[in-house]
Write a protein that binds this ligand. Structure first.
Ligand code: MN
Length: 267
């Protein structure tokens, strides 16, 4: 079901869907789709460790959804609490860890911003004026090989090392998050997904489905269905968030001045 919520200057509409996929026994993905925080967490670790870790992280961020708007500091503090909770699983759920990726809606002087947070290889994209761009940068072995020119992005998607993350919350990996601040424009669509989508469906197909499907819940459903049709070899989770209306007309101009910028505001 699509839900609509006013957060400061922005009217948001959002929908989400998760599926265990066609080959896995358990769904280790978790998500949060409650304004102003939207997240995907892809758990890892044997037995039920991954499920426990991703659910714990989402629960820590759920404490933020009472707020009107959540800035990078709020996300950072929730992540720190989540990391402590996952660390406390040691000895209970060995090797438990999770990715975390997503956005909060922040308001600075009455202007809306997407605050993007990332640890690991789940992804945050923005569909902006009909074009899909990946905002987050994966913390993964194959991303490092793309950066060094050894693989193309499309080769990385099917490389045998594609599941090796270089950062995570827990799992003995460094958990340092990256942040980006992106001014919200009316019509922006944010898409957050686990690698069960991005590993199965090439970006141009994701873009086309997003352009063709207006309702955010219907878009999340369509993307998950496409991942299942493509093999569904992993758990797949998609959260779609639309900026339906933006009160500040200054951010609806024709100039494209909203290139995502990495921020060092926190961390
Ligand atoms: Mn996964």
């Amino acid at each position: 079901m699509t839900t609509a919520t006013q957060v400061g200057p922005v009217l948001l509409a959002a929908g989400a869907r998760t599926d265990v996929g066609k080959t896995r026994k358990h769904n280790e993905d978790s998500f949060l789709c409650e304004a102003p925080v939207f997240l995907v967490a892809d758990g890892m670790g044997g037995y039920s460790a991954g499920e426990v870790a991703s659910a714990l992280v989402v629960e820590e961020f759920r404490s933020l959804v009472q707020a009107d708007a959540v800035d990078a500091r709020g996300l950072r503090e929730a992540l720190d609490r989540a990391a402590s909770a996952v660390a406390a699983l040691d000895g209970v759920a060995e090797g438990a860890g999770t990715t975390v990726a997503g956005v909060s809606l922040a308001a600075v002087d009455g202007v809306g911003y997407w605050v993007v947070i990332n640890v690991g290889d789940s992804r945050t994209y923005r569909l902006h004026r009909g074009q899909l761009e990946q905002i987050s940068v994966d913390h993964s072995v194959v991303q490092e090989l793309v950066d060094s020119g050894e693989l193309t992005a499309e080769q990385a998607r099917v490389d045998s090392r594609r599941n090796m993350v270089t950062r995570a919350v827990g799992a003995g990996a460094p958990g340092e998050p990256d942040f980006w601040m992106v001014p919200v424009e009316r019509g922006d669509r944010i898409v957050i997904c686990s690698d069960g989508l991005s590993g199965e469906v090439p970006d141009p197909e994701i873009e086309q489905l997003l352009v063709d499907t207006q309702d955010p819940q219907a878009a999340a459903d369509a993307l998950v269905e496409r991942a299942l049709d493509s093999g569904g070899r992993d758990n797949v989770t998609v959260v779609v968030v639309d900026a339906v209306e933006v009160a500040d007309a200054a951010h609806e101009g024709p100039d494209d001045d909203t290139v995502p910028r990495e921020t060092s505001e926190v961390g």
